[in-house]
Write a protein that binds this ligand. Structure first.
Ligand code: KG4
Ligand code: ZN
Length: 366
């Protein structure tokens, strides 16, 4: 190990779904070594099989950690703090990472931090863009979650809205399956949509009506299951014969509808709070149209705001990864948090610092 390394050295572990990942961050939050192994055992099933995910994590985690340490040019003994996704996610998959981390921390006599996966996603962009710092409006869009958050500081989050049924990524995955596209559906839809005309088929924009006000409970909330049903009906109407030629157009229409809802609700939060900084996190934030639309419509927004910017991580750090978990663990470590010995994995872990059902902060300017 080189003498110039700054401490604490944090090892982050992610095993909540189908990526086995480990990363080493130094004291300045620089990524020294990072390995993300995407499990391909699920491909033939068109979705993640929980039991297979857990088994694959168990097989691969040791090797993934070894490789991350070796790329960082450090050993396990050099690590000062460990952080692991403790929830939410697939319980069998989470348990692999949590048990590994707990046992390793105990053997090394080091503290460890139980990280919330979605707080990890909030920290993704700041790994690459130093000014992706609160206050900001965060749109967290993954395979399991869709949340609109007003972050006034790290650890202080007001939940403005969330999905009432399917998550945005889940909708991409289900629609892809309907169209005969591979898993994961998001990148597959994005790819074929390039050759499609988004205006050829009109799909609904669920929970988005012009006359909604901030006092309407649906103002910031999302719903994607109706959009998916509309795609089911459209494919049925087109029929097996016409569908293959229409796939790019249906994919483009679906992507346009989902993105319009996500962007519009996020910009409502910008207008209401006056907070012009937007952070995009989670797998769906890798979507090119979402990023482009968010930036151009934020620029054109007619509202009084502070400095405007859209932050997102590179695609690699938008998807599940150990670096974002290490970065969130570092924040919690600096706050004095330490996981107790009886800390367990939890499929439905509560988001730390999240005030839910609150409209607080919505009318005050940041
Ligand atoms: O954050 P993530 O890697 O895992 C979860 O925490 O769920 O997100 C995975 C989700 C999947 O539903 C996948 O289809 C979606 O992110 N996704 C995308 C894109 N890349 C991944 N959705 C839309 N466009 C993309 N380019
Ligand atoms: Zn995720």
């Amino acid at each position: 190990m080189t003498a110039t390394l700054s401490r604490p050295l944090v090892l982050g572990i992610e095993t909540s779904c189908d990526e086995t990942s480990a990363a080493v961050l130094d004291g300045a939050n620089r990524i020294l070594g990072h390995v993300i192994l995407s499990q391909d055992v699920h491909e033939v099933y068109g979705g993640v099989v929980p039991e297979l995910a857990a088994r694959a994590h168990l097989q691969k985690l040791d090797g993934v950690v070894d490789e991350a340490l070796s790329r960082a040019d450090v050993t396990l003994d050099d690590i000062d703090v460990l952080g692991v996704t403790a929830g939410p996610g697939l319980i069998g998959a989470l348990l692999v990472g949590v048990c590994w981390t707990k046992a390793t921390a105990w053997a090394l006599d080091r503290p460890w931090i139980a990280v919330h996966h979605m707080e990890g996603h909030l920290f993704g962009p700041v790994l690459e863009q130093a000014d992706a710092e609160p206050p900001f409006i965060a749109l967290l869009v993954s395979g399991g979650h869709t949340m609109l958050i007003h972050a006034t500081a790290w650890g202080e989050y007001a939940l403005l809205g969330q999905t009432r049924d399917d998550a945005a990524g889940e909708a991409f995955d289900k629609v892809a399956k309907l169209l005969g596209l591979p898993y994961p559906g998001g990148p597959a839809i994005q790819k074929v949509a390039v050759d499609g005309d988004p205006a050829r088929h009109r799909l609904p924009r669920p929970m988005l009506r012009r006359n909604q006000t901030v006092h309407d409970p649906a103002y910031y909330d999302f719903s994607f299951s109706g959009l998916k049903t509309a795609v089911v009906e459209l494919t049925r109407k087109l029929g097996d014969e016409a569908l293959p030629d229409e796939v790019p157009h249906v994919a483009a229409a679906f992507q346009a509808a989902a993105v319009e809802v996500l962007v519009s609700k996020t910009l409502r939060a910008v207008s209401e709070t006056g907070c012009g900084r937007i952070v995009l996190g989670g797998g769906v934030s890798a979507n090119t149209l979402l990023r482009q639309e968010m930036s151009s419509r934020l620029e054109a927004l007619d509202a009084r705001t502070g400095q405007r910017a859209v932050h997102h991580a590179s695609p690699r750090l938008s998807l599940d990864n150990g670096a974002m978990i290490a970065r969130a663990a570092r924040f919690r470590f600096d706050q004095g948090e330490r996981a107790p010995h009886d800390q367990n994995a939890s499929a439905s872990m509560a988001f730390p610092g999240l005030r839910s059902g609150s409209r607080a902060g919505v009318t005050s300017r940041t």
